[in-house]
Design a protein around this ligand. Structure first.
Ligand code: DGL
Length: 267
């Protein structure tokens, strides 16, 4: 049997990464884990995020024996990658803000970073900016409200455009206004269409999803790829697991079924 990969996030944000990976590798079995007990990670102290992430990953590795883990959460990846790589003896792929492509894409040398309050102030983020966007002005906006709106959207609620405008307002007010915005939280690509609708200016939106799917493909060994090749498209039984109460999961079921999850269970 083909070993699954694990995709981990605090909530539903990692599903944006799940979709990119499944577009590329439809036959790859996936265990998706939401640490809904610890959600949201954005406002939590770094030590708590690291502890929760490593605890969940250890349990997932024991239970599901995956071939690879993706920490599909910028807030966790920017601080937990070294610990996760020491803990696990399989490849660990992190998701961090796509500052490099944004620095290359901006024509005016000004980019926006839209992420969680945790990610915008991380040392890791400062270093990414120094390494790849030193020539740019970077406007950082941290929003937990937008994370919650993405969660609500997946539960079928309509997102109010005025609320989105208010969240994006620091970008509108900036001089110059950035011409490229990094979606530095995996929840945000789930609202990309709605975000695009409230910014009329020509804006380039950048996220890490496609690059992560490429990286996962490159890291899977030859044997796995051959196995995946013989699994009929759409025939994998992906599993959604959660760490806390099922109350916040019940109203996600229609969206999860539509994405292809066959089973939903506790971690
Ligand atoms: N989806 C997560 C990220 O990419 C974090 C959301 C949260 O729990 O605050 O940063």
């Amino acid at each position: 049997m083909q070993k699954p990969i694990v995709i981990f996030d605090s909530g539903v944000g990692g599903l944006s990464i799940y979709q990119e990976i499944k577009n590329r590798l439809p036959g790859l079995p996936v265990i998706y884990c939401s640490d809904n007990e610890g959600f949201p990670y954005g406002p939590r102290p770094e030590s708590e995020v690291i502890e929760r992430t490593l605890h969940c990953l250890e349990k997932l590795a024991d239970q599901y024996k995956p071939s690879l883990v993706t920490i599909a959460c910028n807030t966790a990846s920017t601080i937990s990658l070294p610990g996760a790589r020491t803990l696990l003896d399989i490849p660990v792929v992190g998701v961090v803000p796509a500052i490099k492509p944004a620095g290359l894409a901006s024509k005016i040398g000004c980019i926006g970073l839209l992420a969680t309050p945790g990610t915008v102030k991380r040392q890791y983020t400062d270093q990414l900016i120094r390494d790849f966007a030193n020539h740019c002005k970077v406007i950082r906006v941290g929003s937990s409200e937008l994370v919650q709106l993405a969660e609500d959207h997946l539960r079928g609620k309509v997102v109010d455009p005025d609320t989105l405008k208010a969240i994006l307002s620091p970008f509108f007010k900036a001089n110059p206004m950035p011409d490229c915005i990094v979606l530095g939280c995996t929840h945000f690509p789930l609202l990309k269409e709605q975000l695009q609708q409230v910014i009329s200016a020509d804006m380039t939106w950048v996220d890490s999803g496609e690059a992560i799917a490429h990286r996962v493909e490159r890291l899977l060994d030859m044997e796995s790829m051959l196995e995946i090749g013989i699994i009929e498209k759409g025939k994998t039984s992906d599993i959604f697991v959660y760490s806390g109460s099922n109350e916040t999961v019940d109203d996600l079921v229609p969206a999860l079924k539509q994405m292809g999850f066959e089973e939903i269970r506790e971690l």
